[in-house]
Design a protein around this ligand. Structure first.
Ligand code: ME8
Length: 649
C-alpha cells in the first residue's frame, strides 16, 4: 500500500433500533460504490460503517420488547451485517459504539474537553426529541413538535454537562466560508449558516442522567455521555485515535463523510467543533444526500411504509438494487422509490440495454466464429472509431464525475457506451455481413470490437454492480485475465486477444413481467410484519388510535369453504360481508379446521387489505385467528349473533 494516495470514506453509524430500510441502504451502497471506485482507480481506501447503539431511544425500544439493550442491539446488528453482506458492502471496518475500543476513547475525549474548559456542569431544562436524540429550544419547535421529524418532544429537566459551542462558532463559520468543499452539495451550506450559525450557537448539553444506557462520564458516573458526542467520535475512534501505531494518521482527515440531509447539523456544526476542540483537522467533505421518498411522501418508519431491502435483494439481486439506487436518483437530491420504477429500470437499462448487448454479441460470436474471437482488421470504419473513442473517453469522464460524487451521472455516462455499442450492432448489421463470405473479415472486426467494448463496460461496472462483471468475464473468457479487468487496461483499445474463447451464458437480467411482480411483491407478508414493528418503535411499542383505525375490522359470516389444490394449509373461504356483498379470502387454516366445520360461523376479518393472489386464488381480506399454546389456531369470533359487516372498534 505504500505510496498510494489514501481515501477515507464513512457512512453514518445506524441506530440498531430496528431493521434498516432501503433508505439506510442507499447511503451505504453509495459509500461502497465510491470506495470500490477509489480502490479500482488506485487509492489506498479505508471504508468505515457501523452502528450507533447507545441512548434513550434504544433503551426504550429494548424495554418495549422486554430485552436488555445489549441483547436487543446484538440481534439487530447481526441482521444489519447480513444485509451488508447481501448487498456486497465491502467495508474495511464496522464499528459498534458498545465496543471497548470506542467507549474508552470517548471517555477520554470527554475528560479532555472538561479539563480544557470546553465542558462545564449546569442544568438542562428544555425539549428533547428521543427519535432524533436531539435537544430543542422552545423557539426552535414547529407547532410544538420536533422541527426535524415532526414528532412529539418531551420536556426534560436534569443536571447536565454542557459544551461551550459559542467558543468555536466564529472559527467554524470562517472555515465553512473558506472551504467550499466542506459542506456538499453547496445548497446545504447556506442552510447551516443561516439557520444555525448566524443566529448564534447555544451551548450543547452533552450528558444525560435520566437513563443509563450509554458511556459513563468517567469523573461523574451518574451521567452518561450524550449519544451524538459518543456517536460522532466513531469516525476517529475506529481509526485508533490516540493509540500508538494506529492507522489514525494514515487516514484522518476523512475525504468524504456521507450522510443523509437529516443529520447535516450534527455533522457540520457539532462534529467540526468537537474536532476543533481536539485540535484535529476537519473532514474534507461532508456530503448530505437527499431522501429516498415514496410516492405518498418520505419513507418513514412511523408511516409504516418502509421498504425491506433484504426482500428486494433476495428477489431481484443485489446488483439490480444497487444499480437502481445509484442510477435513479441524482446524488444529492430527493428521489422516489417505487417498485414500478425499480422494475422498469431492470427491464430497460439492465435487461434491454446491458443484457441484450452481451447476449446478442455472444450469440453472434458463437454462431459466426464458433466462439473463438476473430482477429480484427487493421483499417477502421467510422463506426469503429466512434465506438473506440467513446470507450476510451468514458473512464476519464466517470473519474471526474465520481470525484464530484455525481454517481448517477457517472452511470449515465457508462450507459452511453452501452447504448452506443447496441447502436453499433444495428449500424453494422452483422447478420447481413454473415450472408456474404467476402465480408467475413469485416464481420470479425465488428464482433471483436463489440467484445472489447463489453470488456470496457465490465471494468467500469465493478464499483456499482460488483457481481455482474464476474458473469461477463466468464462469458468473454477473461475470468483468469486479471490484467484485463483493471482500470489501467482501459487506456488502450484492443486488450482482449484474438482467439480468446467466448461462450454465451445465462441472460444477465431476464425481463420481468411488471404487473405480475407487483402483485406478488404486494402479497409478501414479512414486509408488513417488519413495518408493523417499525411503526410501533417510533412510539415505544405503542400505536395511537389513528393508527389502529387504519385497519378496517369487520364481522363476516362464513358461507362456504373448500381446500385449495396442492396446498396443505390453505382454504378458499366465501364470506358474507353484509349488505348483500360477498368476498372470497384465502385462509391458512386448513390444518386446523375441516371446511364443513366453518360454515355458518361468524368470524372477524380485515376488510381493507390489498387483494393478493395466493396459489393463484384471489384473496380479498384476512380472517383473524389466535394461535394456542399447542400451536393450534382458533378463529376469532363474536359472542352473540351479530350481522355480517358490523365494524369492530
Ligand atoms: O441518524 N432516504 O441513524 P439512523 C435516504 N445514528 N437515506 C435515508 C433515509 C431515506 N428515506 N432514511 C434514512 C442516525 N436514511 C444516527 C447517525 S452518525 C454519527 C449517527 C439514511 O439509523 C441517511 O443516511 O437514523 C440518514 O442520515 C441515516 O440513514 C440515518 O440513520
Amino acid at each position: 500500500m505504500a505510496g498510494k494516495e489514501t481515501f477515507y470514506i464513512t457512512t453514518p453509524i445506524y441506530y440498531p433500533s430496528n431493521k434498516l430500510h432501503v433508505g439506510n441502504s442507499y447511503t451505504t451502497v453509495a459509500a461502497d460504490a465510491m470506495a470500490r471506485f477509489k480502490r479500482l482507480t488506485g487509492y489506498n481506501v479505508w471504508f468505515l460503517t457501523g452502528t450507533d447503539e447507545h441512548g434513550q431511544k434504544i433503551q426504550r425500544q429494548a424495554e418495549a420488547v422486554g430485552k436488555t439493550p445489549c441483547d436487543f442491539v446484538d440481534e439487530i446488528v447481526a441482521w444489519i451485517k447480513d444485509l451488508w453482506q447481501e448487498l456486497d458492502i465491502n467495508y474495511d471496518d464496522f464499528i459498534r459504539t458498545t465496543e471497548e475500543r470506542h467507549k474508552e476513547k470517548v471517555a477520554r475525549i470527554f475528560t479532555h474537553f472538561y479539563e480544557q474548559g470546553d465542558i462545564y456542569k449546569g442544568k438542562y431544562e428544555g425539549w428533547y426529541c428521543t427519535p432524533c436524540e436531539a435537544y430543542w429550544t422552545e423557539r426552535q419547535l414547529v407547532d410544538g413538535k420536533c422541527p426535524d421529524c415532526g414528532r412529539e418532544v418531551e420536556l426534560i429537566a436534569e443536571e447536565a454537562y454542557f459544551f461551550r459551542m459559542s467558543r468555536y462558532s466564529d472559527r467554524l463559520l470562517d472555515y465553512i466560508e473558506n472551504n467550499p468543499d466542506f459542506i456538499q452539495p453547496p445548497s446545504r451550506k447556506n442552510e447551516m449558516i443561516n439557520n444555525f450559525l448566524k443566529p448564534g450557537l447555544e451551548d450543547l448539553c452533552v450528558s444525560r442522567t435520566s437513563f443509563d444506557w450509554g458511556i459513563k462520564v468517567p469523573f461523574d458516573r451518574d451521567h452518561v455521555i450524550y449519544v451524538w458526542l459518543d456517536a460522532l467520535s466513531n469516525y476517529i475512534t475506529a481509526l485508533g485515535y490516540g493509540e500508538e501505531g494506529s492507522i489514525f494518521n494514515t487516514y484522518w482527515p476523512a475525504d468524504v463523510q456521507l450522510i443523509g440531509k437529516d443529520i447535516l447539523r450534527f455533522h457540520t456544526i457539532y462534529w467540526p467543533i468537537f474536532l476543533m476542540a481536539l485540535d484535529l483537522p476537519l473532514p474534507k467533505t461532508v456530503f448530505g444526500h437527499g431522501w429516498l421518498m415514496l410516492q405518498e411522501g418520505k419513507m418513514s418508519k412511523s408511516k409504516g411504509n418502509a421498504v425491506d431491502p433484504m426482500m428486494l435483494v433476495n428477489r431481484y439481486s443485489s446488483d439490480a438494487l444497487r444499480y437502481f439506487l445509484l442510477r435513479e436518483i441524482p446524488f444529492g437530491q430527493d428521489g422516489v422509490f417505487s417498485l414500478e420504477s425499480f422494475l422498469t429500470r431492470i427491464n430497460t437499462d439492465l435487461a434491454n440495454d446491458l443484457g441484450n448487448l452481451v447476449s446478442r454479441t455472444l450469440t453472434m460470436a458463437e454462431r459466426y466464429f464458433d466462439g473463438v474471437l476473430p482477429q480484427p482488421a487493421q483499417d477502421s470504419e467510422k463506426s469503429d472509431m466512434e465506438l473506440r473513442n467513446i470507450a476510451l473517453e468514458t473512464p476519464a469522464v466517470i473519474d471526474s464525475l465520481m470525484n464530484e460524487l455525481r454517481i448517477s451521472d457517472a452511470l449515465t455516462e457508462l450507459w452511453k457506451l452501452v447504448r452506443r455499442s447496441n447502436k453499433y450492432i444495428d449500424e453494422n448489421t452483422p447478420w447481413e455481413l454473415a450472408k456474404d463470405p467476402g465480408r467475413k473479415e469485416r464481420l470479425g472486426t465488428v464482433i471483436y470490437n463489440l467484445i472489447e467494448s463489453i470488456r470496457f463496460i465490465a471494468v467500469m461496472l465493478c464499483p456499482y454492480m460488483p457481481r455482474t462483471p464476474e458473469r461477463i468475464w466468464e462469458q468473454i473468457g477473461l475470468t483468469d485475465h486479471k490484467s484485463l479487468q483493471n482500470w489501467d487496461s482501459l487506456q488502450n483499445w484492443g486488450g482482449i486477444e484474438p482467439n480468446t474463447v467466448v461462450a454465451r451464458g445465462e441472460d444477465l437480467f431476464p425481463r420481468l413481467n411488471l404487473q405480475a411482480e407487483i402483485r406478488e411483491v404486494q402479497g409478501i407478508p414479512p414486509v408488513s410484519g417488519q413495518i408493523a414493528s417499525n411503526a410501533a418503535e417510533e412510539n415505544e411499542g405503542l400505536i395511537n388510535l389513528e393508527q389502529f383505525q387504519l385497519v378496517d375490522l369487520r364481522v363476516a359470516g362464513i358461507l362456504s369453504a373448500e381446500k385449495i389444490a396442492k396446498s396443505d394449509k390453505l382454504l378458499k373461504v366465501e364470506l358474507d360481508t353484509g349488505g348483500g356483498e360477498r368476498r372470497q379470502v384465502v385462509a391458512g387454516i386448513a390444518e386446523h379446521y375441516r371446511p364443513e366445520e366453518l360454515i355458518g360461523k361468524r368470524a372477524l376479518f380485515v376488510a381493507n387489505l390489498k387483494p393478493v393472489k395466493l396459489r393463484g386464488v384471489l384473496s380479498q381480506g384476512m380472517l383473524l385467528a389466535a394461535t394456542g399454546e399447542d400451536g393450534k389456531l382458533a378463529l376469532t369470533t363474536v359472542d352473540r349473533d351479530i350481522s355480517p359487516g358490523s365494524r369492530i372498534s
